[in-house]
Write a protein that binds this ligand. Sequence first.
Ligand SMILES: [Zn+2]
Length: 464
Amino acid sequence: MTNEKEKVQLRFLGAAGVVTGSKTLLQTVNYKILIDCGLFQGNKSERKLNKVKHLPFQPAELDAIIITHGHLDHCGYLPVLVKKGFRGPIYATAPTCDITETILHDSASIQEEDTREKNRRREQKGKKPVKPLYRSKHVDLTMELFQNCQENEWVQVKEDVKLRFQKSGHILGSASIELQCQNRTFIFSGDVGQQMPLILDAPHRFNSADYIIMESTYGDKLHDSSISPYQAIQDVVNQTFEKGGSLIIPSFAVERAQEIIMLLNNLMEEKSIPPLPIYLDSPMGKNVTQIFQKYRQWHNLTDTECDNLTQNVHVVSSFEETLQVLDADGPKQKIIIAGSGMVTGGRILYYLKQLVGDEKNTVLLVGHQSEGTRGHQLSSGAPSIRIDGDAYEVKAEVTQIGSLSAHGDQADLLWWLKPLKESPKQVFLNHGEPASANVLKGKIEEMHKSLKVTVAEMDRVYEV
Ligand SMILES: [Zn+2]
């Protein structure tokens, strides 16, 4: 029997039954360590969970935080804990540290702006003003606590706790965490990419572990692999060029924008598509591209491909430049890549206002489009979309590429788990809607008959 001193508890404080708000607490008699510290994003009831009163600990009690990658649903809650007293170390890979900094500053300024707007309305109703979840100054404080880690190098966190990061093929710097504690090995998968990511190394696979905490986002889906991303982009650019129109690509700033630019550059180089001017209009996309150029050992772009991410592209910084790109005097046919990826906000809205009503143009959606977003409306064939209160008729052709995804599908997740054979005592599935986690559980049990697989429940304490 495990004695009291050796007990380890796992508690899922987010990304259990949902895909946002990733936070897993690992607790021993001596320590409290948080793995990922994500913001709840989804609907209003999910966002309410961002209130600090829901946490089962005081932020100052935490001994350390470990971050798998720089997406907001994995790191976006860090400044709240810092604002409320956390001062311990935050461990992450070096590119994750840089991406987190740019994404948290963006998040802080969006929250400050939203709060200003909300308070204007509250004032009119005679209500007290509210505060944003955090401000830029809290992000600065957070960044001081980061400890950059190398890939595959053990880091001693506490006397009997050590960890190392291994690439997970999801976004630049993303990693799974191997953590040894109380003579047990835990693996936290973080978000796992496809077996053959476009511009990253394949996810690292582990051979042994006692406990695995694994994501299940696409546990019930297979990506469309009928057409390669190269072919799909080539076809859509050529078709749009023949119509005499422009191509508008709403894109996520991290990873997707760089993948698209690399594909376009290579296709132009081999003359498979015409040399249209490419505009990247996303301040965050620009920052992340610079992080790609800084950490060349963390992706598999050649030096030329990496340099060309900015050399062959017109990087738009200011809003005045956006207006210049839209100016009728500029090049008539062009390729525009702008945020946000699901058309919920950002500069893409200005381009769509002007270009979505012309049948010569094409809107290319390159990622998952959540329900309730303009991206989802476009992908479902909506005849018009509303932007800033006005309706815009959708006459441009709308097309979507299904094979570009930063997440592995069901086959990729099973491939990731396969070398572990019978060794783990238990697998916990998190970061997935209940349907996908349950389907994946069934598939894993089919593959490894003796393996205990548990779909993690929110806030429940698991003793291991
Ligand atoms: Zn992610």
